[in-house]
Design a protein around this ligand. Structure first.
Ligand code: C5P
Length: 239
């Protein structure tokens, strides 16, 4: 599938048109950013790690009945996806309190959240991705109440699948961000599922294996991401 015009340049992915108007090519670049782009770097191979992990999870979720935009890999950092009409919401799931939740509300870092939380931010860099409540989602016409219910249910199902998977790898699936889009009249999972958009803690030591390593200078982010990829590869060999 030939890459055509550049349609969108995100912080870590570039999206191109293809010969097929219903499909896009997403290239996972080696860029990494934090704090809404204030901190940025490039690490050789980072895009490959995130593309590999995203493809693995999209396939796993599809097998379990979750519709995603994933079609296949073109090379190790390039994904062919269905063209979605993206919904500008960051859907955030949380199994433990961390990050902005602990900053904004009186939770202890690491506090177990049972049942897990699903909250939404409005995806808009200029406005700093503000939290958005259900009534504003409806008033902006982003989703109907029925669609929001469906999105929340999908997020909870995805959370359960990923939580149980990471538990087997000895990792706590602390929280994550996913994005959805419309494909015809269906709502399907888009964007990516990678270490850039989740928190993963070692079950025993609490060590981070995610973007917090980069955000807070906690060590070598490429070793942390590489360790997640290795753990997935080990799991694949045994299953
Ligand atoms: O920063 P906060 O604690 O709200 O993030 C919750 C989860 O969502 C984290 O795993 C974080 O990496 C992810 N996230 C993201 N992109 C954003 C905001 C949060 O991937 N713009």
């Amino acid at each position: 599938m030939a890459k055509k015009e550049l349609l969108y340049e995100g912080k870590a992915k570039s999206v191109y048109g293809t010969d097929n108007p219903d499909e896009l090519i997403a290239v996972f670049r080696d860029d990494i950013t934090a704090f809404n782009g204030e901190k940025k770097d490039q690490f050789s191979g980072k895009g490959v790690y995130n593309a590999t992990v995203s493809a693995f999870f999209f396939s796993m979720l599809e097998e379990k009945g979750i519709k995603t935009h994933f079609i296949g890999m073109i090379d190790e950092r390039t994904m062919l996806v269905s063209k979605l009409k993206m919904i500008p919401l960051e859907v955030i799931g949380r199994n433990r309190a961390a990050g902005s939740l602990v900053k904004k509300f009186p939770f202890e870092n690491g506090q177990v959240l049972n049942p897990p939380l699903v909250v939404t931010d409005y995806k808009n860099d200029e406005r700093g991705d503000p939290p958005i409540c259900d009534d504003i989602i409806y008033a902006l016409g982003l989703l109907t109440p029925e669609e929001l219910k469906e999105v929340r249910e999908m997020a909870l199902k995805i959370n359960k699948i990923l939580f149980e998977f990471f538990d087997k790898l000895g990792l706590v699936f602390v929280d994550f961000k996913i994005e959805f889009g419309r494909l015809g009249d269906e709502i399907v999972l888009g964007d990516e599922i990678s270490m850039d958009s989740m928190r993963l803690w070692d079950k025993e030591t609490g060590e981070s294996f995610d973007k917090d390593v980069y955000r807070f200078g906690k060590g070598d982010v490429m070793s942390a991401y590489g360790r997640v990829v290795e753990k997935i590869e080990e799991w694949k060999r045994q299953n």
